[in-house]
Design a binder for this molecule. Structure first.
Ligand SMILES: *Cc1c(COP(=O)(O)O)cnc(C)c1O
Length: 242
């Protein structure tokens, strides 16, 4: 056995162990919230980690991976394009309009849509690529306007949702939020949960709530998250903060 495949085996064992801990955390959080364990989908955040890690995750039964940079994600998606079963690629980072066409070619879900101009560019890209994209509208959960994370104010959500859902090539599936840190995640995710109710008065089927990261997944599950985005707790420390 080569040194390379030896370290690959070590890495696989390491990921398998942390993955099962995270799955156990999700199961416990669901039980505590009186929710069925399969009501929460684990999305593994693979930004900054190598494509080989994504291959390992796939062997361990992970179907959904998330990235936050167009170029890095596109290269990984191309490398893994023949993997079976096919992976579901989520874009969770802010997207510049001039990158939208590229994102539309590799992403299956874009979670960070917070303005109509971006949705229009994604729509054009999806139509050109003959693809459909699932869209989550990102809600700002910051208490003030000093927010660098992006996101639409909850009050603007119904209008944006109606406009985005009218665009060809896109399907609005729900919302995404990032709890401010420091801060109380229960307060943030409570706001997200009520935004979801609001959204469903306009789009009854748009019931996904993407919320919760390594540090706050329990609070997210308490407040109805259908998807949690977990990076560090599964793959370890990121070399670059992304
Ligand atoms: C990086 C990132 C995550 C994962 O965060 P961890 O703390 O590593 O679990 C989740 N959501 C978004 C939007 C991110 O950028």
């Amino acid at each position: 056995m080569s040194v390379d495949s030896r370290s690959e085996l070590d890495r696989a064992a390491e990921i398998a162990a942390s993955l099962s801990e995270v799955r156990a955390r999700i199961d416990r959080a669901c039980a505590a919230a009186d929710r069925p364990p399969d009501s929460v989908t684990l999305v593994v955040v693979t930004k900054t980690f190598p494509t080989t890690d994504i291959g390992i995750l796939q062997h361990l039964g992970c179907s959904d991976v998330a990235e936050n940079k167009d170029q890095e994600a596109r290269l990984k998606a191309v490398e893994l394009s023949h993997a079976t079963p096919a992976l579901c690629w989520h874009m969770i980072g802010q997207v510049q309009r001039n990158k939208a066409r590229s994102v539309a070619a590799w992403a299956d879900v874009v979670e960070s849509v917070d303005r109509l101009s971006l949705a229009e560019a994604l729509s054009a890209g999806a139509v050109t690529a003959n693809r459909r994209l699932d869209i989550l509208l990102q809600i700002s959960l910051d208490p003030d306007d000093a927010d660098g994370r992006g996101g639409v104010r909850a009050i603007e959500l119904p209008d944006l949702a109606a406009r985005v859902s009218a665009l060809p090539g896109l399907t609005v599936r729900g919302i995404m939020g990032i709890a401010p840190y420091p801060g109380d995640p229960d307060v943030a995710f409570n706001l997200l949960e009520s935004a979801s109710l609001q959204l469903r008065t306009v789009l009854p089927d748009a019931d996904r709530i993407s919320a919760g990261m390594s540090g706050d997944l329990e609070a997210a599950v308490r407040h109805g998250a259908t998807h949690v985005r977990i990076g560090g707790a599964i793959l370890g420390k990121r070399a670059i903060v992304g």
